[in-house]
Design a protein around this ligand. Sequence first.
Ligand SMILES: [Zn+2]
Length: 279
Amino acid sequence: MWPGCAARIRPGHLGQARAHDTGHLGAVDGALCDNGAVHNYRDEGIVLSGHKLGEADRIVTVLTRSHGLVRAVAKGVRRTKSRFGSRLEPFMLIDVQCHVGRNLDIVTQVELIEPFARGIGADYDAYSAASVMAETASRITEAEPVSRAQFLLLVAAIRSLCRGEHPPRLALDAYLLRAMSVAGWAPSLADCAQCGAPGPHRAFSAALGGAVCSGCRPSGAALPDTDALDHLAALLTGDWARAEASDLHDQMDGSKLVSDWVSWHLERNIRSLRVLERT
Ligand SMILES: [Zn+2]
């Protein structure tokens, strides 16, 4: 659970505020009441996670195309007779209709678009990669305005995992690099992130923005082989032939750098949000 999440996404948690904040026109797909507030909306979304609520309900977190990150209550879905329980499993791509509630929205209808969960659930590595993708997408999008690019990126990555197009670990690293870049945190993988000296450089510092030259290198910077940075550049640009041909050692080093990069930025970002909320 992400306490305070709804407040950050939707100040005041009013349908009207959401329609305004996201630049989304509620009239396009929502039912408007007299004061202009949206009571219902419909959107395409990918289920990121679910948590039990009471005896039979579940709270689902869905990254939607036009409404950003949505958390909503699906009533009665844990009963065996439920019409749409299985459609709300993580990684399902759905067409969802919600009623705007006082605290959490209520899911009123769900149609399945693509059942990614079925393909991913059969492969442990794919499932693990998809889980990290979903968690990262949730962390990134709870902190930024509605991003259709993040939605499309996640759907493409989960679809690719489901089809087994690339090794799951590489698919995950490629997704993480791209999601961070779309969010405005692209690492420098060649030139020095600090002084701009042309690369390749040996050291990598998440705090300084990526590759760093020997003159700018802070103590404690990672020292991967330069081939690891080249491998990450191939993942970021979608050069799969080059990425999959990388030495396994470089792939492992690259994964560690990506993980450090994501953790450093998301933790700092969330900390700064908490400071903002207190002031
Ligand atoms: Zn430098």
